[in-house]
Design a protein around this ligand. Sequence first.
Ligand SMILES: Nc1ncnc2c1ncn2[C@@H]1O[C@H](COP(=O)(O)OP(=O)(O)OP(=O)(O)O)[C@@H](O)[C@H]1O
Ligand SMILES: [Mg+2]
Length: 162
Amino acid sequence: MIEITASSLSDTHQTAESVAEITKSGDLILLVGDLGAGKTAFTQGFGVSLGVKEAITSPTFTLARTYQGTLEIHHLDVYRIDQIEEVRDLALPELFEGNSVTLIEWGDQILSALPKDHLEISFEYGEADSARLITITANGSSWNSRMPDLIQKLEIKGLSKC
Ligand SMILES: Nc1ncnc2c1ncn2[C@@H]1O[C@H](COP(=O)(O)OP(=O)(O)OP(=O)(O)O)[C@@H](O)[C@H]1O
Ligand SMILES: [Mg+2]
């Protein structure tokens, strides 16, 4: 587990850049945290780092959007899903195929329908308006093996960890 104190939006974007640098095709990243905690902001930084040129916007009403960067980025927001059965409509297995990475806001709500191997990134509000505590948890051997590299990248940027 890695903990980062992001004192600004820029710190969150820098964290996203580090995660993007260790991301591989087929990866799944769950973004967890309250409304306005920074899940979409993280995805925006992540997309820029992978060369997405268009603006990444919240997919709350559309459920899913796809962007083209050096990898294809599927960005989902499952906040409005209240029945786990509705997850079938998202055609998740197809999303995980191809040269793509999938980020799911509120992904913890549909955990039972998701692959066990994933990176979980949670966002909590800090004391100052622009402060967030970001916690990164690796699930599965592939993500676990990449954690030392991620820690190093975050350290270089001066983002705290433990
Ligand atoms: N350190 C920070 N990290 C992320 N966002 C920050 C930070 N400081 C301020 N913000 C602001 O907080 C807001 C985060 O909104 P964002 O849409 O990313 O939240 P969200 O978690 O996706 O919410 P929702 O559940 O409604 O989709 C933005 O307005 C952003 O500018
Ligand atoms: Mg959002």
